[in-house]
Design a protein around this ligand. Sequence first.
Ligand SMILES: Cc1cc2nc3c(=O)[nH]c(=O)nc-3n(C[C@H](O)[C@H](O)[C@H](O)COP(=O)(O)OP(=O)(O)OC[C@H]3O[C@@H](n4cnc5c(N)ncnc54)[C@H](O)[C@@H]3O)c2cc1C
Length: 324
Amino acid sequence: MKILAFAEQREGKFKKSAFEVVQTARKIADQSGAQLVTLVIGDGLDGILPELGLYGAEKVLAVEDTRLHFYSTTAYAKIAADAARSVGAEVLFFPASQMGKDLAPRVAAKLSAGMAADCVALKFENGEITATRPVYSGKAQLDVKVTSQVKIYTLRPNVFTAAAGTGKPPAVEKYQPQLVESDFSSKVTGVKVSEGRPDVTEAGIIVSGGRGMKGAEHFSLVEKLADVLGAAVGASRAVVDAGWRPHDEQVGQTGKTVSPNLYIACGISGAVQHLAGMSSSKYIVAINKDKDAPIFQVSDYGVVGDVFEIMPALTEELKKMLEK
Ligand SMILES: Cc1cc2nc3c(=O)[nH]c(=O)nc-3n(C[C@H](O)[C@H](O)[C@H](O)COP(=O)(O)OP(=O)(O)OC[C@H]3O[C@@H](n4cnc5c(N)ncnc54)[C@H](O)[C@@H]3O)c2cc1C
């Protein structure tokens, strides 16, 4: 069996989810006796490819073209499908990142592959992969076996481990598919990087605010707590719809899915659509003045209280502790 793992990079830097995908694919390859090939697409990649060896990549297919500097749905899908065919891959792994969510279904369609999206666990047993994925907005988990010849799995970021080992740099093969202008019919033309805090999908800690913050001006409390912890700032849809926070901070069913180590929900009720985006966080702390708020049902620690009293005190205490 051959496995193809897609390692996502942007601006010459691998996303953390790239390492998670490669290391998970490595584990499945070791258990199944499969050969693992890692696919990297972009521009000017030479300097970053050796790092993949630390996560278990032995062979890398590198596709480089200046036109691939930014993500192109159509070109990346064509390249990934062509690479899978040329390798003879039967199992493909992608991250369930923004890019992976866009790319993997298109590759699946090109390869007539079945797909299990947004997996949170994988098990290899009796020659088969069983994937676990949340359903019904995270209220249940489903074990899925993909039965098509070619199988695709997307892995939820921050759920699978990516611990650098001591592997040697992988063997790199330059792969040059024929690309014509029409392959770039859908492409990113520019990227505006938001400055300062990390993105919610990548952060280890998220401090998130809801309607209980009472106004955009009070989000300075969320920002201060986030800064002390080196955290990202998240938001409920209610505050995004109200224009208090930008949409890229929205967590939930129609926002981003996050799995940080720590999620602090401040003045968020815990509607099912919000929980859909954050209930797989490792530790959840909620601050809410309503002891019956649904967010407490998924919380590891809960503070029943007023955010305007609790948050400044918590920020101050954490600051003192972390400065020591
Ligand atoms: C199709 C669809 C998709 C949706 N997608 C999303 C999504 O992606 N993300 C999302 O978040 N929502 C989503 N929603 C909206 C969701 O249903 C809720 O309306 C929303 O999550 C509520 O946001 P909230 O918790 O900030 O506000 P509220 O539900 O109004 O809760 C505010 C909370 O703050 C508490 N509070 C008030 N004052 C204080 C205080 N001083 N101190 C402490 N606590 C206080 C209250 O007790 C309350 O629990 C979606 C809805 C639909 C229909």
